[in-house]
Write a protein of this length. Structure first.
Length: 158
């Protein structure tokens, strides 16, 4: 519905911008609030928390669906994702990383390896934008390095 209104207002470029904006908002909500909450509380299953979370943070259905897919996928593959972080984050222990940075990496790796229909370069860029907004400059460089290496070494060649 919102994408259609954007299309009507400005054509395909405006519709794409509207979709990207909703997806970025979904990433920020899932990453910085829901994944953070689950991580800090040691929760594995996001389902018991979703209704309350969306009552506090209402978004359009498309953004909610995208966000929930990110959270479910990230949590489903968290063990493998954490192994990759430990392997690629040389001289860093996962538990000592900032919770925000750890979850930016988790979500970014999920998007790179298990996909959400987002091109890898876009997934990396979106992770970096979230890091720049909610973490430090050093963190965004660290995250970029890890995601870039994982993309180059772990994703199958086209």
């Amino acid at each position: 519905m919102a994408a259609r209104a954007a299309w009507d207002a400005g054509g395909p470029g405006a519709a794409r911008e509207a979709l990207m904006g909703r997806r970025r908002k979904a990433r920020e909500l899932t990453l910085l609030q829901l994944l953070y909450q689950l991580d800090v509380q040691g929760e594995e299953d996001p389902r018991p928390h979703l209704d309350e979370f969306w009552r506090r943070h209402p978004v359009d259905p498309e953004a909610r669906e995208f966000a929930e897919a990110l959270v479910r996928g990230t949590k489903m593959h968290e063990g493998k994702i954490d192994e990759l972080i430990a392997r690629y984050a040389e001289h860093w222990e996962l538990e000592r990383m900032a919770v925000v940075d750890r979850n930016i990496l988790r979500q970014g790796i999920f998007e790179l390896l298990w996909g959400t229909g987002v091109p890898p370069k876009v997934a990396i860029n979106e992770a970096l934008e979230v890091a720049k907004k909610f973490s430090t400059h050093e963190s965004s460089r660290f995250i970029n390095g890890i995601l870039d290496r994982i993309h180059k070494e772990q994703t199958p060649a086209p």
